[in-house]
Design a protein around this ligand. Sequence first.
Ligand SMILES: *[C@@H]1O[C@H](CO)[C@@H](O)[C@H](O)[C@H]1NC(C)=O
Ligand SMILES: *[C@@H]1O[C@H](CO)[C@@H](O)[C@H](O)[C@H]1NC(C)=O
Ligand SMILES: *[C@@H]1O[C@H](CO)[C@@H](O)[C@H](O)[C@H]1NC(C)=O
Length: 287
Amino acid sequence: MKRLSLSIVFLATLVASAAAQSGSGVFAYFRDYNLIGNDYKFEALGVSCAKALANTTVEWRKKYGWTAYCTPHADLGEDICGQCISVTNTANGANEIVRVFDYDSCGVVQLDLDLHTSFAKIDDGNGVNVGHLVVDYEFVEPCDAVPIGPGETNVNATFAYFDVEKHNWSLSDAGVECASYLPDVSYEWLKKYGWTGYCGNVEQMPDACGKCLKVTNTETKEEVTVRIVDACGGDFHALNMDYDYAFKKIDGNNNGIRQGHLVVDYNFVECGDALENKNVHLLLPSK
Ligand SMILES: *[C@@H]1O[C@H](CO)[C@@H](O)[C@H](O)[C@H]1NC(C)=O
Ligand SMILES: *[C@@H]1O[C@H](CO)[C@@H](O)[C@H](O)[C@H]1NC(C)=O
Ligand SMILES: *[C@@H]1O[C@H](CO)[C@@H](O)[C@H](O)[C@H]1NC(C)=O
C-alpha cells in the first residue's frame, strides 16, 4: 500500500510539471496593464515579477507581449518570470509569443494576457466580447536567443519540391543538407514549419540549420514562417523554398510560380519550439 501511494505522488508530480509546460483548451483572459501609459515601469504596474526582472531594459520588456501566468502549482514562483509562452487561439489559429511578467495562484491554469500587446493580437474579435479566449499554450525555448544573421530585403526566393509527404518529413530521406546536423529532432518538430533551403554563406550552414525565418512576399505582403533544412546550389541567391508548404503559402496571386521566383524580405525569428525539444542540438562538423 505504501508503495502504491508513493507512486501516485510521483505520478502527480509528473503531471504537474507537464502541466506547467503546455496545455490545451485553457482560458486566456485579458487585463489592460496600460504598458505605454506606465512607460513599462514595474513600480507603476505592480507585477509579481518586478523584483526578479528589475534589471531588465525597457527594450527587453517591449520585445514580447506581456502575460500573467496563473497556476495551481504555486512552487513555480519567480522561476517563471521572463519565460516565454507560445499562445495559439484555438478559434482562429492565431499565434503569438508572450512573456511572463506576472504570476499568481489559481485553481486551474489560466493566462491573463495584456490586452494590447498580447490578447488583441490573436483575438478574432470575439474574445474581447466574451471576456476570454480558449488557447493552447506551451513554454518555449529561451526567447532571447540571438538570431544568427541579418535578414535581407528584395531578394529572389525560388522553389523546389522537397516532397515532404513522400519522405514523411524525414530530413535524411529527403536528402537535405541539414540531415546530419539535426540528428535527433522529432517528427512534430519537423512538421511544424514548411522547409526552406538557405543560400547564405555556406560556413553559416550548420548554425542556420533548424532556425526559422519569417518570409514576406513583397508584392502581396503575405507572410510565412519557414525552417531552414537545406543549403542551395550555386545559382540561387537567397532562399529555395519548399513549394507545397512554404512558397505556395505566400504566392496567392500565382505570380511566383509563373515567373519562377518570388521577391521577398526575410528575417530570422524565434521558432517557438517547445521545451520538450530543448535537446535539439547541432552536431558541428569536425574541422
Ligand atoms: C540588479 O542589479 C543590482 C546591481 O547590479 C544587483 O545588486 C541585483 O542583485 C540585481 N538584481 C537582480 C534580480 O538580478
Ligand atoms: C531576381 O531574378 C530576376 C529574374 O531572374 C533577376 O533579373 C534579378 O536580378 C534577380 N534579383 C536578385 C536580387 O538576384
Ligand atoms: C510518419 O512518421 C511518423 C513518426 O515516426 C509515424 O508515426 C507515421 O506513421 C509515419 N507515417 C507514414 C505514412 O509512414
